[in-house]
Design a protein around this ligand. Sequence first.
Ligand SMILES: Cc1ncc(C[n+]2csc(CCOP(=O)(O)OP(=O)(O)O)c2C)c(N)n1
Length: 642
Amino acid sequence: MSSSPTVPTLLSHIAGPADVKALSAEQLPQLAQEIRAELIAVTAKNGGHIGPNLGVVELTIALHRVFETPTDQFVFDVAHQGYVHKLLTGRQGEFFHQLRKSGGASGFLSRAESPHDAFGAGHAGTALSAALGMATARDLRGSPEHVVAVCGDAAFTCGITLEALNNVVSSTQRLIVILNDNEWAIAKNVGAISSYLNVISTNPTYNKLHHDVEAFFKSFPAGAEMNRVYTKWKRETKDFFVESSLFEKFGLRYLGPVDGHDLDALIKNLEFAKHCDVPVLIHVLTKKGKGLDAAIEYPEKFHGAAPYHPVTGQSVPTAVGTPLNYQDVFGAALTRFAQADPKILGITGAMPSGTGLSRLAEEVPAQFFDVGIAEEHAVLFAAGLATKGFRPVCAIYSTFLQRAYDQVIHDVCLQNLPVTFCLDRAGLSPNDGPTHHGLFDLAYLRCVPNATVMQPKDEDEFVDMLHTALHLPGPGFIRYPRGAGPGATIKATPAQLTIGQAEILREGTQLIIWALGSMVPDALQLADQLAHDEGWSVGVVNARFIKPLDRTLLLKQAATASLIVTMEDHVLAGGFGSAVLEALQEADYLTPVERIGWPDKFVEHGSNVAILRAAYNLAPADIARRVKDRYRRVQVSASGPR
Ligand SMILES: Cc1ncc(C[n+]2csc(CCOP(=O)(O)OP(=O)(O)O)c2C)c(N)n1
């Protein structure tokens, strides 16, 4: 199905939205087909959010037929379904072929990437609020442009979307909301709103009404006449709608459900909405993965897929002997613990497979909760459960826990409730980029009283930490990186770790490296290199705990060592190295500290961790050079006056 560069296609002539408008209506299905082929060809090679994008091909073409970006503005929720929009706004060719790779298109929309990207995203549930702000700003300054929010059905499981919905009519009379309903989040969508959408999608009364509306408008052209038609229609149908649609109760005119793959119906509804003098919600039904059989059959796998065969959808096999991903280690360990203790519960915000909790869902379903994309609720819900003697485990990516920060402080830590937090994707998420890197969690957790914060060096220690956290009297946070660990064997019975005790991996006297979690292998390698190149005596410590820090060991080592080096996969500001500096300073130690970590910048997406590290002078050779330079400087200044 992949498109050959030698065959001229309609898509290859699309340099921007004007070219989409220049096509005849009859050419649009071919354009849709070519876009699907391109999406599959590129994501089969690079990985990416193929399912959501295959579902919005016609919708995105229709949007660009009816509206004029960048004057009109589209705000896509999560923005993972923005590939089609990229292809239609001058970003096809090599830039798109390098999707999610260094120098190529981002996997999300970004204001920095194109003027056609009105609002950047990567986290769910932000589109309606942002679009409402933009529409209100437009009203305040009196400009004519249209603002369109494109929200998935799962966006309506987010508190922010509902908060925005509550404010639409009091903020503007002109906003278009597309509800792109494919019944799936990453997994099957959950909760009462999802059930409600299902009812209105399948209820024959609504469908009848939809057909009535279709028939009613058929005889009228688009344009000024629409307003007259609309006013009449509003008068005639108002009572029915007010009684019937949840969205009408929020003051939005509900249109739909509309077949999201019927270009004609989509264009007609968008044209109509464009002329409405009230906020409008168009309920569009789409098929996630349309055009790739495997993606339809396995929507969860193809929501965001690793590279796959473009025809069969088969994943590229992992090499024999590749260690398990941390999420699988977590899923297996938690399931084992939960089977032995009915008080242990697993909670996810719409990420059962990404977090590894799907294993718990399969094997111990009564102890598993998917609350939808609702991290704030997930944490509060866990707090409530903990008050009754349960041991809830919130499995939330580091980046998504940012959303539930107040609940972490106000509800869990302030009340010292024993909730365990498992923060996957702590560190870089290279292909996804800045919206998904987990680089801030230590800074935002380290300052919260009652929090115990840890990071394991390998899979076995991770299971020990999970076991330990489940026996804490208060909240425990475990952060671990995306992907596989070093492949340690997991012992049959987990160990109870001593809180706040680091582990000495290698004794040394001149220079001591304090490494955190995933940086431990780098630290050992660095120690080898320094010993080999310079003959220095280098110690290595696996910090294990960021909070409480092992001050006793740190001060003991700092009393004699010439330099402490800290290594973390986190921003330097407020991170692990900062904790070490604070501890030394508070004890009046002047021992120099060289901190290795990420700078005060939003790190872009890239092909892999190694490339991004090299771009920020954090490749192993860069680190070795820095540490050698610093140690030499320290030696020189130590010989002079202090
Ligand atoms: C705050 C937050 N939590 C979790 C995610 C992970 N996530 C990305 S897309 C997605 C599902 C989106 O579903 P929907 O909005 O219905 O769009 P679809 O992919 O079905 O088009 C989830 C849970 C996220 N991006 N942001």
